[in-house]
Design a protein around this ligand. Structure first.
Ligand SMILES: N[C@@H](CCC(=O)N[C@@H](CS)C(=O)NCC(=O)O)C(=O)O
Length: 315
């Protein structure tokens, strides 16, 4: 991680813990918003007008937070407006690295070797982890936002005057319900699986495991009434947020994170829902299982041999 702009060599993939051994996720540092006219968004400063070709996303296919942004870019038809660079799925002791793995890109804008170089370019005194996704402004050469929840939301609306495609992922009449469900999905699933995987005590692991499967059971029942998506027939942000965890479940969380009461393929409604989303145009291309497995199973603290499982044979 970075402390006052200096990369710390003793970087640890296992993140902060509370007193009972529960994993704690850090908060994001850059919180500016792209808006249609460049006026400030809900946080940060203004000056980031939606313009074709101006912004660039740095992502990792392994990362569920980055994947939700990739999905929104595809669903909203923004591929021609916003470029993407995929980092190497294996975290190094310098954090995310460019190139060096099939399907991993070089940095097209700065020729950086590591993602943390972009963070210090944006702020020479930056402190914190150099996480993906990164939303970069090529005009002012700075980091706009590194919080995927913000990026997901801004991609829904900020470019609509340039490209008006795809579902409204955050319609006004569902906003409060989406926020509430997002919160539950984040706490109990998106982050819940990490809390199981990175727990450093038996009780912390069991607590997280219990939350994960209780929520999966509740969602299995919710989707079992025949609806296509979480809120009926309209695809929303909440579906994107749920999908990114479901699609990694059997390949990474079931084994590596010990979320192993059952596989997702054992839950018929959730499994059908996963495949319904995967079948949406362009969505399967936002998922790279080789990167997902290589990335998760390269976490030495959880898998010291680095052996990557061959399966699952199918999702
Ligand atoms: N709040 C961030 C979290 C992103 C995040 O934790 N990304 C992970 C990959 S899944 C990362 O880049 N980790 C590198 C690190 O923690 O140093 C978001 O949702 O955008």
């Amino acid at each position: 991680m970075l402390v006052n702009g200096i990369w710390q060599e003793n970087w640890q993939p296992v993140q902060a813990k509370d007193d009972e051994g529960r994993f704690i996720r850090q908060t994001s540092t850059f919180r500016h918003w792209i808006t249609p006219d460049g006026t400030p968004g809900p946080t940060g400063r203004g000056g980031f007008k939606a313009e074709p070709g101006r912004y660039h996303l740095y992502v990792a296919y392994i990362c569920p937070w980055a994947s939700r942004v990739l999905m929104a870019r595809r669903l909203k038809g923004l591929e021609a407006l916003i470029g993407v660079t995929v980092v190497n799925p294996r975290l190094t002791d310098q954090g995310w690295q460019f190139g060096g793995f099939p399907g991993a890109d070089e940095d097209p804008h700065h020729g950086a070797r590591y993602l943390h170089e972009l963070y210090t370019r944006a702020d020479p005194e930056v402190c914190g982890r150099a996480t993906v996704p990164v939303l970069w402004d090529t005009h002012t050469d700075t980091l706009v936002n590194n919080e995927s929840a913000d990026i997901l939301r801004m991609l829904n609306g900020a470019f609509s005057h340039l490209v008006d495609r795809g579902p409204d992922l955050y319609p006004d009449h569902l906003a409060a319900e989406i926020d509430a469900l997002n919160n539950v999905i984040y706490t109990e699933l998106n982050n819940g699986v990490y809390q199981a995987g990175f727990a450093s005590s038996q009780p912390a692991y069991e607590e997280a495991y219990g939350k994960v499967f209780a929520r999966l059971d509740a969602l299995e029942a919710r989707l079992g009434d025949g609806r296509s998506y979480l809120f009926g027939e309209a695809l929303t942000e909440s579906d994107i947020r749920l999908f990114v965890t479901l699609v990694r479940f059997d390949a990474a969380y079931h084994g590596l994170f010990k979320c192993n009461r059952n596989t997702l393929s054992d839950m018929p409604a959730l499994h059908a829902y996963l495949h319904r989303l995967l079948a949406l145009e362009g969505i399967a291309e936002t998922v790279n299982l080789e990167h997902i497995k290589a990335g998760y199973y390269s976490i030495k603290a959880l898998n010291p041999t680095g052996i990557v499982p061959v399966g699952p044979a199918a999702l």
